[in-house]
Design a protein around this ligand. Structure first.
Ligand SMILES: Cc1cc2nc3c(=O)[nH]c(=O)nc-3n(C[C@H](O)[C@H](O)[C@H](O)COP(=O)(O)O)c2cc1C
Ligand SMILES: Nc1ncnc2c1ncn2[C@@H]1O[C@H](COP(=O)(O)OP(=O)(O)O)[C@@H](O)[C@H]1O
Length: 326
């Protein structure tokens, strides 16, 4: 059996992925609302003994319609693929989203993508999914198209949190902008996690006794700048507690784009060039411009102690969280 496949919808799917159940949507964040849709797709696939797939659009359609407006993408494609793989999907199929693609009629989307490229037997979407030129196609259209073309359709209602508010990617983006990583994790169903390559810096950290693995996030990632208790996962899957600073380092640098720097506890070794993940467990404080490095080091020791204490008491929020950050 082949493992998880991450494909582009430019050619008909391989035979082992055809006749599947496909969850359609952008699923940015793969949050609890998305998971409600995704779980229905997985259940349908098990029942029918066919593969479960996700069809998403890349780049995010909002980037194509509003190129002037920066969009904080919660789960760039590799992270989305990782989450979907952990949930049990066989593949993530990305439909390249261009202005031309957006101009296809709803009927052409059904015949070209769902029928010809994916060869689906069943579609699952959220209650608000629209597709085709000028959002022609909605849930009712998809149901009727399914009857015409011989595939089943399941529509999943809006998922609400414990306070009866609809869980949405934009709510989660707003929480992360405020550093509210605990609340964001509650809506995501797992700890917010970023993935990037470890790059070189000024090599000052090691002289302070706090070597830090530096990562560059996308410029649109408007996570609040500050110090966080984190977990750091290496490319080999090993997990370490740590404390990270996301910011511009006003004490030593103070220019350029914010950098994510993680001091990994009880670790020594070379991380340069490795693609690693950082999961955010708690916001500790905002960055401070210190008068000198001695004062910075005193504060970093306090941050370390605080992060160790916080991380000693955490428990997984879900199976997905256990797989990602435990
Ligand atoms: C836990 C932690 C807390 C930090 N807090 C601050 C801070 O409050 N102000 C600041 O200017 N830099 C802060 N930094 C960033 C340090 O200035 C930076 O890690 C150090 O200069 C090493 O730089 P290098 O990675 O380029 O060698 C913090 C870093 C860590 C790991
Ligand atoms: N405990 C640790 N936490 C983070 N990085 C570490 C640790 N131990 C060793 N390293 C390595 O040291 C590098 C960071 O050293 P540092 O002096 O801060 O230089 P840089 O300027 O690259 O941040 C990391 O990228 C990693 O390769």
């Amino acid at each position: 059996m082949v493992g998880f496949q991450h494909l582009t919808a430019t050619a008909p799917l391989p035979a082992d992925l055809r006749d599947g159940v496909v969850a359609i949507g952008n699923f940015d964040g793969v949050h609890r609302g998305h998971q409600a849709v995704l779980e229905r797709a997985l259940a349908e696939a098990v029942r029918r003994e066919v593969p479960a797939l996700v069809l998403s659009f890349e780049p995010h359609p909002r980037k194509v319609f509003r190129p002037d407006m920066p969009l904080f993408v919660l789960t760039p494609p590799p992270m989305k693929a990782r989450l979907l793989s952990l949930l049990g999907f066989a593949a993530l199929v990305e439909q390249p989203f261009t202005r031309d693609f957006a101009a296809l009629s709803a009927e052409a989307f059904v015949t070209d993508v769902l029928e010809r490229t994916l060869g689906i037997t069943h579609a699952v979407t959220g209650f608000d999914f629209h597709f085709g030129k000028d959002r022609q196609g909605g849930p009712a259209y998809l149901m009727a198209a399914g009857e015409r073309h011989g595939f089943g359709v399941t529509l999943v209602d809006a998922f609400r949190d414990e306070g009866a508010e609809v869980v949405s990617s934009s709510r989660i983006r707003a929480l992360l902008c405020d550093g509210e990583v605990v609340e964001a994790a509650g809506l995501l169903g797992y700890r917010f996690t970023v993935e990037a390559e470890v790059i070189g810096g000024q090599q000052l950290g090691r002289t302070l006794g706090f070597p830090t693995a530096n990562m560059r996030l996308s410029p649109e990632a408007t996570l609040k700048e500050g110090i966080y208790a984190v977990r750091f996962r290496r490319a080999d899957g090993t997990l370490h507690d740590g404390v990270a600073s996301f910011g511009r380092r006003p004490t030593v640098d103070d220019n350029g784009a914010p950098l994510l720097e993680t001091f990994v506890f009880d670790f020594s070794g070379d991380l340069y060039g490795e693609t690693c993940e950082v999961s955010f467990f708690g916001f500790l404080r905002s960055e401070i411009k210190f008068d000198g490095l001695d004062a910075l080091v005193v504060q970093m020791r306090r941050d370390e102690a605080e992060a160790r204490a916080l991380l000693a008491g955490v428990k997984p929020l879900s199976q997905l969280d256990a797989a990602i950050a435990f």
